[in-house]
Design a protein around this ligand. Structure first.
Ligand SMILES: *Cc1c(COP(=O)(O)O)cnc(C)c1O
Length: 463
């Protein structure tokens, strides 16, 4: 399989060529030249497979520059019951007939980002070793992404992680998760500023091309194709658990911010997985809901981006969304380039009408909806759900249709967002075993001023 850019550059690259890269050189995102098609016979063959073996089958369709034996070893090392809590890896929690949560949050950092990041850690280590290279990952985080990256890369040969976070602004649990890591290749840098300051520093360092080359600076952001590909697997796994035969259809509701998770659902559907609807659920930051309802994509400024109780969906610009628009517009790279180069855009009425063919619908949820949904789910089903999953469930209930099972992707465990759970239920959410006293562990973190030079000096002294 070869990959091209969404902005018209037709240069074909292989999987391992794009693995360690971010954007394509023309500023676009990578997509396969065509989606491999999966027929009913293949679905039948895959239905009984263990998760790691299903992952291998799907990845094999997209990766032809890693030998099959090596790839199978990689997926089997990644998706284990030890790391993800159960042999099913993403088990369903049935709420009532036809309605279930698909658990994606039983990895080391209790959010779905582990599903992809753990695989990325294995792929990076493999490919860097093969090339005889090293990589220094530089990132900024306000919570979930940074910890998922650190837990995926800890102890991996050839990789260092330098993760910037706003000093004192993450929840005590999130800080403890990251700062308690004692691995020599993981560096926590608490910057005396806000998240945007951290992100600006990452951009400034990455824009210094000499420094970037000399110190082999890379990223692990959500536009990475390998991350998206890893997520395609659990749509198949969820489908097989929710159905008995391959003629049935299933709908998925996905709590969305950067459109990465639900974009993987789009890819699964394009491959031929029988998906009825892909429901995009947003919080008060409703850029995507507005787009699917109206065809207008209106990027918000940071002043217009609300801080909500489902913070991992607080985005103003959905970085993966360009991939779907490329498919929607018949893979017209020149058009995509014009639309995304301009910031915001409006589809024509004809183009907007086309969205239905791709199964997409959307909805929005607010803080009051979140609290009400957490309460109702606890009362009716005896389950405590996290705030992002609550946004998903709220919208799923509006979009459900009789006869089609609805799976809501559970994107985090409630333990990560204890304050809002307490507001809704007056109780503390349970913590997974072993994490009860994580805040008391010794912390490994360096506090730095908002200063690009200070971050560069730190990297120089620690590679
Ligand atoms: C990252 C994240 C999301 C949003 O996922 P996208 O792929 O950015 O749409 C939702 N919920 C949680 C808990 C997350 O960490």
């Amino acid at each position: 399989m070869k990959y091209i850019s969404t902005r018209g550059d037709q240069t074909e690259r292989s999987f391992c060529e794009i693995l360690l890269e971010g954007l394509a050189p023309d500023g676009g995102l990578y997509l396969p030249v065509a989606y491999p098609q999966v027929d009913e016979a293949t679905l039948t063959k895959w239905r009984g497979l263990a998760y790691a073996d299903l992952a291998f089958e799907i990845l094999s369709l997209y990766i032809d520059d890693i030998p099959a034996d090596d790839l199978l070893a990689i997926t089997r090392r990644t998706y284990t019951a030890e790391v993800f809590g159960t042999p099913e890896i993403t088990p369903l929690k049935v709420l009532e007939p036809g309605l279930a949560l698909q658990a994606l949050s039983n990895g080391p950092t209790l959010a779905f980002k582990d599903m992809a990041m753990q695989l990325l850690g294995q792929l990076f280590e493999y490919e860097l070793k093969r090339r005889g290279e090293t990589l220094n990952i530089l990132g900024a985080t306000s919570g979930d992404t940074g910890s998922a990256a650190e837990y995926a890369m800890r102890g991996k040969a050839g990789v260092n992680v330098f993760m910037l976070s706003p000093h004192g602004r993450m929840s005590p649990f999130q800080q403890a998760q990251m700062f308690s890591l004692q691995d020599a290749n993981i560096h926590n840098l608490a910057v005396e500023g806000v998240f945007d300051d951290c992100q600006d520093i990452v951009k400034a360092v990455s824009n210094d091309l000499d420094f970037k080359r000399q110190y082999k600076i890379g990223t692990v952001n959500s536009i990475n194709w390998a991350r998206l590909l890893a997520q395609v697997v659990y749509y198949f796994a969820g489908y097989f658990r929710a159905t008995k035969s391959n003629t049935e259809k299933v709908s998925f509701t996905v709590p969305s911010g950067n459109f990465g998770n639900v974009c993987a659902g789009h890819v699964a559907r394009m491959m031929g997985l029988p998906v009825a609807k892909l429901v995009v659920a947003t919080n008060e930051n409703d850029v995507l809901d507005e787009f699917f309802r109206t065809g207008v994509y209106r990027v918000r400024g940071s002043a217009e981006t609300h801080e909500t109780s489902s913070p991992s969906m607080d985005i103003s610009k959905a970085s993966n969304f360009e991939r779907f628009v490329f498919d929607l517009l018949g893979r017209d790279g020149a058009r995509v380039k014009a639309l995304f180069g301009a910031g915001g855009f409006a589809l024509t009425a004809d183009e907007h009408a086309r969205i239905a063919r791709y199964g997409f619908v959307s909805g929005r949820s607010t803080h009051a909806d979140r609290i009400a949904t957490i309460r109702a789910t606890h009362k009716q089903y005896g389950q405590i759900i996290d705030t992002h999953t609550a946004d998903g469930l709220k919208v799923a209930l509006e979009q459900r249709s009789a006869g089609t099972p609805m799976l809501v992707l559970e994107t985090a465990l409630p333990a990560k967002f204890a304050a809002t759970i307490k507001e809704a239920l007056w109780i503390d959410p349970p913590r997974p075993a072993g994490l009860e006293h994580i805040e008391d562990l010794p912390k490994r973190v360096t506090v730095l001023p908002v200063d690009v030079q200070a971050v560069k000096d730190f990297i120089r002294n620690h590679v």
